[in-house]
Design a protein around this ligand. Sequence first.
Ligand code: KG4
Ligand code: ZN
Length: 335
Amino acid sequence: GRTPLILAVETSCDETSAAVVRGGREILSNVISSQAAIHKRFGGVVPEVASRRHVENVTRVIEEALEQAQVTLQDVSAIAVTYGPGLVGALLVGIAAAKAIAYACSIPLIGVQHIAGHIYANVLSDGVEPPLLALVVSGGHTEIVYMQSHDHFEFLGRTRDDAVGEAYDKVARAMGLEYPGGPILDRLAQEGDPNAIEFPRAWLEEGSFDFSFSGLKSAVLNALHNAEQRGDVLRKEDVATGFQASVVDVLVEKTVGAVKKTGVKKVVVAGGVAANQGLRTRLTARAAEEGFRVTFPPLSLCTDNAAMIAAAAFPLYARGEFHGLELNAIANLSI
Ligand code: KG4
Ligand code: ZN
């Protein structure tokens, strides 16, 4: 038969996105309508505002994705949608839209786990051939996932408090920078003095692949506060450099440790923080030293988007793993 076309919808947080992907990896369209400018005013995502915006945008975004791909709903083989984890009100908007299309066009509905979506963003750059490890780093997640096969995922470690992107955003906010602060701190970190400020690293217990970023966040806030008390101002570039060095050190060395423990030969990085230049440079260098492969999604596919949801849906489609119209949003859906 002809190569399957998957239409996917993603509304788990503050991006309304729809994409058409052919054969699991050829992106025909990937429309992303970001609400970041709206949430900027509040310094973070306001769930109620996000849901309302998704309702206003979702139909137009889906129509645009079909139009840019130059296909119609009649050409689509299946509709995929993120059903968790995420904000329930936001997820429900995408799910309702996907169900309506599945029902009206009599095509299969495929619910996709959001983190699996981030992992499969790597299909679109290189490949996701298990066994491998995924370092998932986003505004809501910091996890090392062992992917044994396309239907077997296992958490080796996760954050015990803040997610790494969340730590970036909170530190940036305390420094008076805009939301989302991750990309801004990443840019500043390229320009600071690496010897100016040293922040602690949370290694936790010997052999643990868990993370903790709240102590580091507090250390940065204390340093800013203490400097202010002294009537001193720390250079933003130096704070960013010290903070990023601490984050990257822990992310990279725990990932290397997990590679050694599992014996896998490949690591894929996923989530918004996969765009981080410091992380890309350090992990690539360590992978070369230790003899494993590391891939990052293209920058445009690191943050939330529907193309990665379509890519993750493809193996489910191939196995005939569909959902019924009773599919519901699950805020804390595990992988
Ligand atoms: O994956 P994502 O779009 O949304 C979630 O599912 O959380 O990730 C967004 C997060 C934000 O916290 C943002 O500050 C962070 O990714 N981020 C970065 C960079 N680009 C985005 N953090 C550090 N360095 C970056 N270059
Ligand atoms: Zn995400």
